[in-house]
Design a protein around this ligand. Structure first.
Ligand code: ASP
Length: 358
């Protein structure tokens, strides 16, 4: 693996390739006038290596936070860095314990007067879930930017280094303040509220549904063209909500010929269910029955859609089956909001109001 260079490589050797320990170290800090950026690393493809340059799957997470930065020429001219390695795993392995620890770490950095912005490196598979969770819970107006890569660090045309460079450019730019959590991939800046992974392999995997990109980043140049209206970060009802346990919520995918057994199992274990319903929130006969079973035992069911664009609005179905509507949140994000909402209330009315505005 040719990727790791310089003093960071020595640190990497000392710590071992899979060092999970939190490291706080100063990257060479040429000028104290440069913004101070915290890099919080969690793993993912951006931190992965394979033995072959054309191996684009089945690689291993093995690169640490400061080695990622050391491998990107020019970063030292943009900012001074501090590093924290929260974990070094694939994003589908992230559980509540890690998510809450990550959020607490982001908050700690944001609370520090000497930190100007935070960049989080993360696997792309569940990046949108973490991004939306942080967007609702981090109490800050400072830039918080998430970044990943679709190709491992060892690949031909790896996308990680430029994505990371762009993430630091965006996090260091004052125009990025008060915009909530941002995702920077493939030269685009997307709000955590709207971003979704729309392709399993391509480098332009991250798309903003019909709400559009917030802006562009190209080298050191950043331009925003829009801002989101929904509340987030310092203006969120759920800010600092990472300090409590999160309510258990399942996602059940509806389809032709669905049965009720998933509902039977789920309602014994959760406080909420998000239904990935069909079209604009239509439920198969057994999903409707499942929703009624859930309602009887006080489990809150939210209708989202299998379709990744458009809206599921409140309807007569909700009166019939005791469900709520997710509006424009996809199932994974509806689950994030429902977990935070159930931390605070059991009131269906209040939860529906939150789905209408978040
Ligand atoms: N498997 C990776 C993950 O951790 C995929 C990626 O990062 O692109 O999500």
């Amino acid at each position: 693996m040719v990727l790791l260079l310089g003093p960071a490589r020595i640190l990497q050797r000392t710590l071992g390739d899979n060092a999970l320990a939190t490291q706080t170290a100063n990257q060479s800090a040429p000028s104290p006038d440069l913004p101070r950026i915290a890099i919080i690393a969690t793993g993912g493809t951006i931190a992965s290596a394979a033995p072959d340059k054309t191996q684009l799957a089945d690689y291993k997470v093995s690169v640490s936070a400061n080695d990622l930065v050391s491998a990107v020429p020019g970063l030292e001219e943009l900012a001074q860095f501090e590093f924290e390695q929260v974990c070094n795993i694939e994003s589908h392995e992230i559980d509540d314990e890690i998510l809450l620890r990550l959020a607490a770490s982001v908050q700690r950095f944001c609370d520090r007067d000497d930190i100007d912005g935070v960049v989080i490196t993360h696997g792309t598979d569940t990046l949108e879930e973490t991004a939306f969770f942080l967007h609702l819970t981090i109490d800050t107006i400072k830039p918080v930017v998430m970044v990943g890569a679709m190709r491992p660090a060892t690949a031909l045309s790896a996308d990680g280094p430029l994505n990371l460079f762009h993430a630091v450019v965006v996090a260091s730019n004052q125009a990025s303040a008060s915009r909530g959590v941002l995702v920077v991939m493939n030269d685009r800046i997307v709000s955590a509220r709207h971003v979704t992974k729309g392709h399993a392999n391509a480098v332009d995997a991250f798309v903003p549904t019909e709400f559009g990109y917030l802006g562009l980043v190209f080298g050191r140049w950043v331009q925003y063209q829009s801002r989101i209206d929904m509340p987030h970060t310092a203006f969120s009802d759920f800010k600092r909500g990472f300090t409590h346990d999160l309510a258990a919520v399942d996602i059940i995918y509806d389809h032709q010929g669905a049965k009720t057994h998933h509902y039977g199992a789920s309602i014994k274990n959760v406080k909420g269910i998000v239904l990935a319903a069909t079209g604009q929130g239509s439920l198969s006969p057994k999903a409707s029955q499942g929703a009624l079973m859930a309602k009887e035992v006080g489990v809150v069911v939210v209708r989202s859609s299998r379709v990744w664009q458009g809206v599921v609005r409140p309807s007569v179905k909700d009166e019939q089956f005791g469900t709520l509507a997710a509006y424009t949140l996809n199932p994974a994000k509806a689950r994030v909001l429902l977990r935070l909402a159930l931390q605070r209330t059991d009131s269906r009315e209040q939860i529906q109001k939150w789905f209408a505005i978040y």
